[in-house]
Ligand binder design. Structure first.
Ligand SMILES: Cc1cc2nc3c(=O)[nH]c(=O)nc-3n(C[C@H](O)[C@H](O)[C@H](O)COP(=O)(O)OP(=O)(O)OC[C@H]3O[C@@H](n4cnc5c(N)ncnc54)[C@H](O)[C@@H]3O)c2cc1C
Length: 300
């Protein structure tokens, strides 16, 4: 279906984009990669009267590492992140970026758009909540930096005001002996996951977990931090018993719904299996092993 008619504005600077959004009011929307917004407009679930295109604004596509932080411009595409040479230091970001949808979507979709959309099935929030992540926002009143935990308020809802933009996503580089894994289980390549799990572990020594973060995706109105599952691993040896207890706690923390991707019961089972697998991969990576991981497909 064709979208409802809209006016198109191409902003040349952040200031101009903010001014346009402010003047055009609630009926105007930012467009970045268009990979969430355009499908919604074509289905007429979104009917903005105007679009403000931010793709020509300079300084929003960079990915750089400095002062112990990775700074990703709002317009960094999933594919740019996938191919950025960071796999050694933060492999969980590669797991996430490389598995989103298909190559066309990854070439267009942006990290800023994904977080601003706050789709409960989106991969970036699940992945980035295992790390210390902040979102740098800019609006008419200037800049503010918001921790990702506070940035996403609910399904499709963030703290962003109508005329405020995501400018940059800032991720603290994890310490030594720390690594993660992001596993998303999908029915086929271009669809959203049925369930996903992101785990970041910091080891005290080869077999003892010092710190753990476990986040569940697609099984609630927003990504769920499974704190009880984390507690099953924190300060304990990593073995079948502790990892099994973490998986059980994660299953309990999940709040899945029955839908076309599967039943709630099925998703809980998936969450348990994904937690076990992701903890194993994260631990091996934290010990310095190179392990391939990412999105997994039914039937493979
Ligand atoms: C077939 C298909 C499969 C997909 N599968 C997956 C998947 O498996 N996993 C996954 O994570 N995602 C998936 N996606 C979504 C994809 O990752 C999108 O790219 C992403 O969700 C949105 O980024 P975007 O740049 O395209 O944003 P847009 O569609 O341009 O915008 C999305 C929303 O964010 C707002 N916005 C965009 N940029 C900014 C900004 N800088 N500041 C403030 N507001 C902003 C827009 O106004 C809009 O409301 C899929 C998409 C498609 C079409």
């Amino acid at each position: 279906m064709y979208p409802h008619p809209f006016r198109y504005h191409r902003a040349q600077s952040l200031e101009q984009a903010i001014k346009l959004l402010n003047e055009l009011g609630d009926d105007a929307k930012v467009i970045a990669g268009g990979q969430s917004l355009i499908p919604l407009m074509k289905m007429r679930l979104a009917r903005p009267a105007a679009l403000v295109d931010i793709n020509r604004i300079p300084g929003l596509t960079q990915i750089e590492r400095r002062n112990g932080e990775l700074r990703l411009g709002a317009l960094a595409r999933h594919a740019d992140i996938e191919h950025f040479d960071m796999v050694e230091s933060i492999p969980i970001l590669h797991d996430c970026a490389a598995g989103i949808a298909d190559v066309q979507v990854r070439n267009q979709g942006t990290i800023g758009g994904s977080l601003a959309e706050a789709d409960p099935s989106g991969d970036w929030a699940t992945c980035l909540l295992t790390l210390d992540t902040s979102v740098r926002c800019v609006g008419p009143e200037g800049e503010r930096t918001v921790r990702l935990e506070e940035f996403i308020k609910d399904a499709y809802t963030t703290v962003l005001k109508h005329d405020e933009l995501v400018r940059e996503v800032i991720v603290k580089v994890p310490p030594k002996m720390s690594a993660g894994a992001h596993l998303a289980f999908k029915r086929s390549a271009p669809v959203y996951p049925t369930a996903s799990v992101a785990v970041q572990l910091t080891l005290a020594d080869k077999d003892v977990c010092k710190e753990a973060r476990i986040v569940l995706g697609c099984v609630g109105l927003a990504a769920i931090r499974a704190k009880e599952a984390e507690a099953e691993l924190r300060g304990k040896p990593l073995n079948g018993k502790t990892i099994g207890a973490a998986a059980d706690a994660a299953r309990t923390a999940a709040e899945p719904q029955n839908d076309m991707r599967g039943s709630a019961d099925y998703k809980r089972v998936l969450i348990g299996a994904l937690v076990k697998r992701a903890v194993g991969i994260a631990a091996r990576r934290a010990r310095g092993e190179r392990v391939e991981a990412g999105h997994e497909y039914a039937g493979r």
